[in-house]
Design a protein around this ligand. Structure first.
Ligand code: HEC
Length: 106
């Protein structure tokens, strides 16, 4: 009987330990698209996209496909960097949608 209680206690402890490990928040740092924009693009285009918003005439159309391509491939002639090595397609997609949304609000 004594042994049984000991085994029970140990099992409860083990279960508690496992659940504690699972409950720990993931350590991976996830940046929001906005934070990513401020860090990567803010210096040239304004933290709040103000230089993109104020531009009277864009070099390219303000639509999804062209913005996606500009971010991915850059524009060599004006030193706009390409981000194909720094951002995944998914991240570029999020960034493009973020910019389109911000432009609509201005
Ligand atoms: C070193 C400066 C620099 C950085 C950093 C930079 N850009 Fe640019 N980008 C430019 C320049 C210069 C142009 C050309 C025209 C202008 O000034 O808007 C441009 C153009 C663009 C255009 C097209 C505008 C048009 O007229 O068609 C978009 C969209 C854009 N950038 C988005 C971004 C995004 C998103 C990032 C960050 C992931 C970024 N840029 C980072 C310098 C930069």
């Amino acid at each position: 009987m004594k042994n049984f209680r000991l085994i029970m206690m140990i099992s409860v402890l083990i279960i508690m330990l496992f659940s504690m490990v699972e409950c720990q928040p993931s350590k991976k740092i996830t940046q929001t698209t906005k934070e990513q924009y401020i860090e990567l693009c803010g210096a040239c285009h304004g933290r709040n996209l103000e230089y993109l918003k104020e531009k009277e005439k864009w070099m390219f159309e303000k639509k999804y496909d062209t913005i996606f391509k500009v971010i991915k491939k850059g524009i060599k002639s004006v030193k706009m960097p390409a981000y194909e090595n720094d951002l995944s397609d998914q991240e570029i997609q999020n960034m493009t949608n973020f910019i389109l949304k911000e432009l609509q609000q201005s």
